[in-house]
Design a protein around this ligand. Structure first.
Ligand SMILES: NC(=O)CC[C@H](N)C(=O)O
Length: 348
């Protein structure tokens, strides 16, 4: 049954089946992850995007809140070859349009050839091609979402594990995944999650042993205030970052980020550590990359597939950032020791 349409750049329209009705638009991206749909759908870094699963069956082990990375679904729309009723009804409850019975291999090939692109979706009994095309027409580019931090950050300071014996972590929450906070708390850190636009004084007021910039959605250049905090505190406080966090740190310290053609999204991205030679499998979800690390940061890890920087460090200044997701939700646990390194750096 055709009761859904996706319009992609070039005004091509693809037919599908509606699983959760509505109209929506966003940057069309794909993940190659074959498990972890609950974690991906609740990952705040997918805010404003339309997420295509390249793995053909999504939902085959149900939907459980314990696996969520935040309290809501973040992609603006979801595309799959086949979606179970569990996932479809969850997305319906969350008011996120979703479609299946379309050729997701075709979509993935299109994105790989043309790059991440703007798209519009219309799904439901009254949906038309024109509705999908109109959504596409109104769709913005990722970099236009200048206030995206406000959509995903905490409203005010939030403390986790206040009685902890470990280091005090000031986490600039640009849309932090829950498992990043959990990974720090498991190491007995006290985590002070602060709004994405926290001032230097806000961060100093929690007297941190380490400053941590979280993952987050959109263009890292739209997180200028987090960069100002990094610039003000570098050298005084150890510094860590994951994904958007790495990008913000690089931009603040004389480097430069750029948009990738279609990004890295999946759970089997190989990363080589240039110091040890070791390769680990990692989880990734990013569409921007550090094109120039600047003079302060050393590239210590690279992506085996395309040589993009995966780890930036400065041992003298106590800086450690990763482009991939060591918290491993979903995905391989190979790089979980990153959090031990962060805690050790803070304890020094
Ligand atoms: N997961 C993230 O933190 C993503 C970072 C940034 N929004 C990007 O797409 O590159």
């Amino acid at each position: 049954m055709t009761d859904a349409f996706v319009a992609i750049e070039g005004d091509r329209v693809i037919e599908a089946r509606a699983r959760s009705p509505g109209t929506t638009r966003g940057e069309l991206v794909f993940t190659t992850a074959y498990t972890g749909y609950e974690e991906s759908l609740t990952d705040p870094s997918y805010e404003e995007q339309l997420l295509t699963f390249s793995y053909p069956l999504i939902g085959n082990y149900g939907v459980r809140k314990e696996r969520f990375e935040s309290d809501r679904v973040h992609p603006r729309g979801v595309l799959a070859r086949e979606m179970t009723e569990d996932v479809a009804s969850w997305l319906h409850e969350e008011d996120v349009p979703a479609i299946d019975h379309l050729d997701t291999r075709d979509i993935v090939t299109e994105i790989r050839d043309e790059g991440a692109m703007r798209a519009g979706i219309a799904a439901g009994p009254d949906a038309t091609r024109e509705d999908a095309l109109e959504q596409l027409d109104q769709c913005e580019h990722m970099s236009d979402h200048t206030e995206i931090g406000a959509q995903v950050s905490v409203d005010g300071p939030t403390v986790h594990n206040e009685a902890g014996d470990g280091p005090r972590v000031a986490l600039v929450d640009c849309g932090a995944k829950g498992s990043i906070i959990d990974s720090l708390v498991e190491r007995d850190a006290t985590v002070y999650a602060l709004p994405y636009n926290a001032s230097v004084a806000d961060v100093e007021s929690v007297d941190p042993d380490v400053l941590f910039i979280s993952n987050g959605p959109g263009d890292p250049e739209n997180f200028e205030q987090a960069g100002e905090v990094v610039d003000a505190l570098v050298g005084d406080v150890p510094l860590a970052g994951i994904c958007l966090g790495q990008q913000v740190v690089a931009n603040a310290l004389g480097g430069r980020t750029e948009k990738m053609e279609f990004g890295h999204r999946g759970v089997n991205q190989p990363v080589r550590d240039l110091r040890s030679g070791q390769v680990v499998m990692t989880t990734q979800n990013h569409g921007y990359t550090v094109a120039d690390p600047g003079d302060t940061l050393e590239v210590t890890q690279v992506n085996v597939n395309d040589d993009t920087p995966e780890g930036l460090d400065n041992d003298d200044l106590d800086i450690i950032t990763r482009q991939y997701h060591p918290e491993a939700n979903p995905g391989p646990h190979d790089s979980l020791s990153f959090f031990d390194d962060v805690v050790a750096m803070a304890d020094d």
